[in-house]
Design a protein around this ligand. Structure first.
Ligand SMILES: *Cc1c(COP(=O)(O)O)cnc(C)c1O
Length: 356
């Protein structure tokens, strides 16, 4: 029996590509999708009918459980094109493992490894013209799973849909990022779903983030839900603090998303002999370091923006500005990561994965 990717996945190609209508120099992140998408349904206890087909709307019952009980998880990864036109993924195994970990937490079935990778590779290959060369350009990849069983009974769905969408992206600059340290609202709690890439984690952050925006801050750094004493993460990015030349970041727990960018920064820092402490970081020690001048940098780490330097933070109505660091840790890790992702440097950790 031939079980090659093309045999297993049913591929329906578009008649004509929409790529000519896309202005690749003026993309709004995550708003335009490539010609094709991947879809696979879970029914009668098995994943069935993996299909690549033209990107387009779905027909779903309004009683599908995802709309009522929020069983939905997702991933975010990117494809990069090097100067020779080769296309690369960055640590895709991590995203595969994580979407299944998220699914388990939401009582959803795990997705098979072979179909995940075959679908990912076939889809990116089919739409590889949508990956534009040039540092910062990429094809954002959005795998996700949702509960599709019809019925508003409050129990886990027996049917699901796994999909992958592709969206062309340009360098994602958040500009000057100012953050508020949370002292009332929480993103996640002990025993909760903070470590899962669950759709609802984002929905829950929008309101408090809007309150921060009204005060001129773009993001919230979440703290532990019980006492708001420890710094955790920014909700779309993990967070690092540089005190003198030591890098601090919260340890992974069931409240924190185990970011691929986070663990890559830690590996790069260790390789460069930078001291990294993965330990609970007190808000008070960061405020004190800011007052003493030993707090050199704060930055976020996540796939979409890679590394985002924070220019100021506010805590209980007091704002602390950070001096701009031209060759600080943030710009150094950003360059090292981009060089690996775009095949511009050695890949000592074996993180690159060629799509061919
Ligand atoms: C996706 C995500 C991150 C960043 O993870 P990466 O794997 O680095 O993209 C950080 N925090 C949360 C809550 C996330 O959902």
């Amino acid at each position: 029996m031939n079980t090659s990717a093309t045999q297993k996945i049913n591929v329906q190609k578009v008649e004509s590509s929409r790529i000519g209508q896309v202005d690749f120099d003026n993309l709004t992140f995550g708003s335009i999708f490539s010609d094709h998408m991947f879809e696979c349904d879970y029914k009668d206890g098995a994943w069935q009918n993996p299909t690549i087909k033209p990107y387009g709307p779905l027909t779903i019952s309004p009683a599908a459980k995802v709309f009522h009980y929020g069983q939905a998880v997702f991933e975010g990864m990117k494809a990069y094109k090097d100067e020779n036109g080769k296309v690369w993924l960055f640590r895709p195994e991590q995203n595969f493992l994580r979407i299944n970990k998220s699914s388990v937490r939401m009582a959803m079935p795990e997705f098979p490894r072979d179909i995940f990778f075959e679908a990912l590779i076939e889809l990116v290959k089919l739409d590889k013209d949508w990956v534009k060369p040039g540092l910062g350009n990429s094809l954002y990849i959005r795998p996700f799973v949702m509960a599709t069983q019809v019925g508003v009974g409050a129990s886990p769905s027996t049917e699901y849909k796994f999909m992958i969408l592709l969206s062309p992206a340009q360098a994602y600059y958040l500009g000057d990022v100012k953050v508020v340290i949370a002292d009332h609202y929480s993103r996640s709690a002990n025993g909760g779903v903070g470590a899962a890439k669950a759709a609802g984690n984002y929905g829950a952050q929008f309101f408090p983030t809007n309150l921060a925006r009204e005060k001129g801050f773009q993001q919230v750094i979440w703290t532990d839900a019980s006492k708001h004493e420890y710094l955790e993460e920014a909700g779309t990015m993990n967070v690092f603090f540089r005190v003198n030349d030591t890098l601090l970041t919260a340890p992974i727990s069931d409240r924190i998303l185990d970011g691929v960018t986070r663990k890559s920064v830690i590996a790069l820092a260790k390789k460069d002999n930078i001291t990294v402490e993965e330990r609970p970081v007190l808000v008070s020690e960061i405020v004190e370091a800011a007052e003493k001048g030993s707090l050199k940098e704060i930055f976020g780490a996540g796939t979409a923006a890679v590394i985002s330097p924070v220019s100021a933070f506010s805590y209980k109505e007091k704002t602390f500005e950070l001096d701009k660091q031209e060759d600080g840790f943030a710009s150094r890790f950003k360059k090292e990561l981009l060089d690996i992702q775009y095949n511009r440097s050695e890949d000592p950790f074996g993180w690159r994965y060629e799509v061919k």
